[in-house]
Design a protein around this ligand. Structure first.
Ligand code: UTP
Length: 300
């Protein structure tokens, strides 16, 4: 298990029903956040963390994802002929030293089911799972993942899971983790005592919510194979992680540091917030967005 981690799985096969009609014919993961589709941030984060082999789990109406990470000779030659060096540079993300693989989840039977489709690709190695609808904002967006991967290898962990603090009244929307240290220190591995998918209101034992980035040993695929579907017929990744904990395997949480943050674009409120924050922080156009927002503030 000491070999470096090079493989990552991005589940992106969900229906995105909370973002209809925006997601009627285009993947949620391809909605723009500032100047790039959400998924491009995720891929760049993985590439910067040294993950060169990326499996994307897609489904119906997800063709745009493959198109985005594929070269487009016609577009490239048109830009070259026009001498549009700036735009050519914007497309450099495609030329990076990574390999993309795709497989389809024919019906979205839950995040656990999507990840399980990566078993053959991972082929007995450790791997990263990064949700395609969640972005990391940080001075270096790949830093949390790199640190989690290092901890995973050093501790010979079965899993290291990113977590974030959420308000108590929102815990019923997340996978909630109970850790063996209180308060949980950010930026280090903390052993997990329990994990529960969407605990009913008022029953959460902590405010630490699973936050879209995971590092797994191959044990996760055995756990997923033994995880029954929930009452909605979905296989939950959280339930498989719970099984790992119950079997006594070392599973750790990793709380983001104060300057690291997960943005989820899964509903309109969080999508708008994500778009606004990324637009305001944009190095090229952010000042225009900030000026505009200041002018609007008078009207609010
Ligand atoms: P969500 O549960 O937030 O996505 O999954 P969803 O199902 O698309 O959203 P709603 O509830 O219908 O609005 C988080 C990530 O996991 C992927 C999604 O594509 C998303 O990137 N996912 C989810 C799968 O790949 N397969 C699934 O069966 C479920």
């Amino acid at each position: 298990m000491t070999q470096p981690i090079t493989k990552a799985i991005i589940p992106a096969a969900g229906l995105g029903t909370r973002l209809l009609p925006a997601t009627k014919s285009q993947p949620k993961e391809m909605l723009p956040v500032g100047r790039k589709p959400a998924m491009q941030y995720v891929v760049e984060e993985l590439q910067d963390a040294g993950l060169k082999q990326i499996l994307i789990i897609t489904g119906r109406r997800k063709q745009a994802i493959e198109d985005h990470f594929d070269t487009d000779p016609v577009l490239l030659s048109a830009l070259k002929q026009a001498g549009n060096e700036a735009m050519l540079a914007e497309l450099a993300y495609i030329q990076r030293d990574s390999h993309f693989f795709y497989t389809r989840q024919s019906s979205p039977r839950g995040l656990g089911d999507a990840v399980a489709l990566g078993a053959k690709f991972v082929d007995g190695e450790s791997c990263v799972v990064a949700l395609g609808d969640s972005l990391i904002a940080a001075p270096e967006p790949s830093a949390p993942l790199r640190a989690m991967m290092q901890a995973h290898l050093e501790l010979q962990a079965a899993a290291v899971i990113a977590v974030e603090e959420v308000p108590l009244e929102e815990t019923h929307r997340y996978g909630i983790v109970t850790v063996k240290r209180d308060p949980a220190p950010p930026g280090e591995p903390i052993p997990i005592a329990d994990i529960v998918e969407k605990p009913p209101r008022g029953t959460a034992t902590s405010r630490l919510a699973v936050a879209a980035r995971y590092v797994f040993s191959p044990l996760i695929f055995e756990a997923l194979a033994r995880t029954p579907p929930d009452e909605r017929g979905e296989i939950q990744l959280t339930d498989a992680i719970k099984l790992l904990v119950q079997m006594g395997h070392p599973v750790y949480a990793w709380l983001f540091r104060p300057d690291e943050r997960r943005y989820d674009i899964g509903n309109f409120e969080s999508y708008f917030r994500t778009f606004i924050d990324f637009a305001l922080a944009d190095e090229r156009y952010g000042y225009l967005a900030r000026q505009y927002l200041k002018s609007k503030a008078y009207e609010l």
